[in-house]
Design a protein around this ligand. Structure first.
Ligand SMILES: [Zn+2]
Length: 319
């Protein structure tokens, strides 16, 4: 069903109607939406002239404005609120004549979320957007852009996580060496009790974060085995974050969990240090993300850990 959006009236442009109607969230859309399209147009024209250093400034401004408008310090993240918002958004997107494949993929992903699992790549394939005209296609394509004739190789691929490409092997190894030391400094002087105190927002305690990092590293070690033993192994998708609050089979003290994490880390580092350049390029098929190499898997793991450090810093500051 097509949602009616008033046209020809600046005060109620489609974007504003959506933000006003959706999600009950106050967003300061008015100031930035009027600049958004001129900025994107400017970036495109600058790129057309080979003025890439100027274009990058315009593109970063677009990204920054959008993220600032959407940012909330403590957003609602319950499954029910996410499902309701996806429902609203899919209807609004259909009303804006968004590509049907994208809308349907969103709906399939929402079904998986409702069932308590992560959507597989087959249900939510990677999207590609024509950098010139904005034509969107779901799943890899070999066709030229039907609107502007751009070649498919020039489309922008939307990776599920930037972490896959964030670190080259040298930087990833350096990060893997440094992160345990940073965590160790953040745990210094904390009692076991302090590490198990749940924050007021009901989120993870320090103990849950350390457990999560250990579990995620366990998955990495298991996958490194698979990569080396099998040709093109299947990497099952794992909801590792759900294990962090399970207390069965855990050593009693958070520091013991951290010690075992450090032991596994040492094993993984020496294993990766011994890997020849060719070894980093071995690939597997990840059920959630598609084809991934050891290099990408390690980059993912090392970057993912960094995202939990601010969480530890906040918890430590509250204690
Ligand atoms: Zn195009």
């Amino acid at each position: 069903m097509k949602q009616s959006t008033p046209v020809g009236n600046k005060a109620s442009s489609p974007t504003e109607t959506i933000s006003a109607n959706l999600m009950g969230v106050e967003m300061n859309t008015k100031e930035w939406t009027e600049v958004l399209c001129p900025l994107l147009s400017l970036a495109l024209r600058l790129e057309g002239e080979g003025q890439y250093n100027l274009a990058k400034l315009a593109r970063s401004a677009v990204d920054s404005l959008g993220r600032q408008a959407a940012y909330q310090p403590e957003p609602p993240t319950s499954k029910q609120s996410l499902l309701a918002d996806i429902d609203d958004i899919t209807r609004a997107l259909a009303g804006l004549d968004m590509n049907r494949d994208l809308v349907e993929a969103l709906r399939r992903g929402a079904t998986a979320l409702a069932e308590g699992r992560l959507p597989l790549l087959s249900e939510t394939p990677h999207p590609y957007v024509c950098r010139t005209c904005g034509y969107l296609v779901i799943g890899e394509t070999e066709e030229k852009c039907p609107t502007c004739g751009a070649w498919p190789e020039t489309f922008q691929w939307f990776a599920p996580i930037y972490w896959l490409e964030a670190l080259d092997p040298f930087a990833a190894l350096e990060t893997l060496r440094q992160t345990p030391e940073k965590i160790s400094a953040l745990l210094e002087g904390l009692s076991e009790y302090a590490m198990t105190v749940q924050p007021a927002d009901g989120g993870w305690a320090v103990r849950n974060i350390i457990t999560h990092l250990r579990d995620a590293q366990g998955v990495l070690e298991y996958r490194l085995d698979l990569f080396q033993k099998q040709e093109n192994p299947i990497l099952e998708s794992k909801a590792v974050f759900e294990w962090a609050t399970r207390e069965e089979e855990r050593p009693p003290f958070t520091r013991e969990i951290f010690e075992s994490y450090k032991e596994t880390r040492a094993r993984i580092i020496s294993r990766l240090e011994a890997l020849p350049e060719k070894g980093w390029r071995r690939i597997g098929y990840h059920e959630e993300f598609g084809v991934v190499s050891i290099k990408q898997q390690v980059s993912y793991f090392a970057s993912h850990e960094l995202t939990h450090l601010p969480q530890l810093e906040r918890l430590r500051a509250q204690l």
